[in-house]
Write a protein that binds this ligand. Sequence first.
Ligand SMILES: Cc1ncc(COP(=O)(O)O)c(C=O)c1O
Length: 330
Amino acid sequence: MSPSHPGRQVSAIRRKHSAVRLINSARQLVGNTPVIQLRNIVPEGCADVYLKLESGNPTGSYKDRMALSMIEEAERRGDLKPGMTVIEATGGSTGSSLAFVCAMKGYKFQVVSSNAFAMEKLRTMQAFGATLDLVHSPSGKITPDLIPSMVERAKEIAKDPSYYFTAQFNNRDALVGYEAIGRELLEQIPSGIDAFCGAVGGAGMVMGSSKILKSKWPHVHVVVLEPASSPVITEGRTGTHGVEGIGIGFRPPHLEDTLYDEARGVPEADARAMCRRLAKEEGLLVGTSTGMNVVAAVDLAQRLGQGKKVVTVACDTGLKYMNSNLLADD
Ligand SMILES: Cc1ncc(COP(=O)(O)O)c(C=O)c1O
């Protein structure tokens, strides 16, 4: 900072200090995530590509937003009361986030999950005090019947009235938390967005964000993504894949035709290669679904060309996958 511009120096110091917070509860750590422009992996002549770093949430994923809204909306209505046990069927990110929120608020949490998901996530849930019930996947993969059978088991347990089943795939409260991603983007990129894309599991993130983005900029082109080997939305058939959090084996009930313009399958291998590039060329550690989001975002940026803006989301941190060979070979 040049000493000949003291005013500029003071405002820079103020800005820096306003980013340093003293907080009362871990609840305040959810949301308000930064956006970074990807400068090294986007070829010349393309649109700008921005990545919203949801890995900055307390458990390292955007699911913290959803867990908080599902619990707090149920509390507000009186459906969830002190002493009840929260239950969910989850691959682990939702489970980690619900375990975090339940720990903060003093609820017991029971999770139905599987060995098909990262050990780091199962351990995270245990660390927050959750009880684990695992459905075994013989191949260790996400087969078409795995998530439906986990949901069936959770439903069965939740017949006991002392349980509150958050049922993320059908629960509209999930979308409330994700609308904040859209609102934050309106502030972070006030000049407007031309395209937004995201890989879908329950589809809450893309639908919640799109609702807000399209209400301000109706022209925004929203693209939902799925693993090319499990083309449920694009081709109506299921398949096996290894991308955690997405490609749930059935069309997600939250998916609304009016809130997206295009659906695309992305090869898992391209997503994995992009994760490695993001680490080495941009300094960003992200999970496989984020790799998929960035592959599609760069593709859209090529299609749209210079002067346009494409936005996607880093769903979670690559630290959740360090026990796998996603980011480095054994
Ligand atoms: C790592 C990861 N990526 C993407 C998604 C998909 O998000 P949504 O369920 O909002 O479509 C999830 C959801 O569990 C996830 O855990």
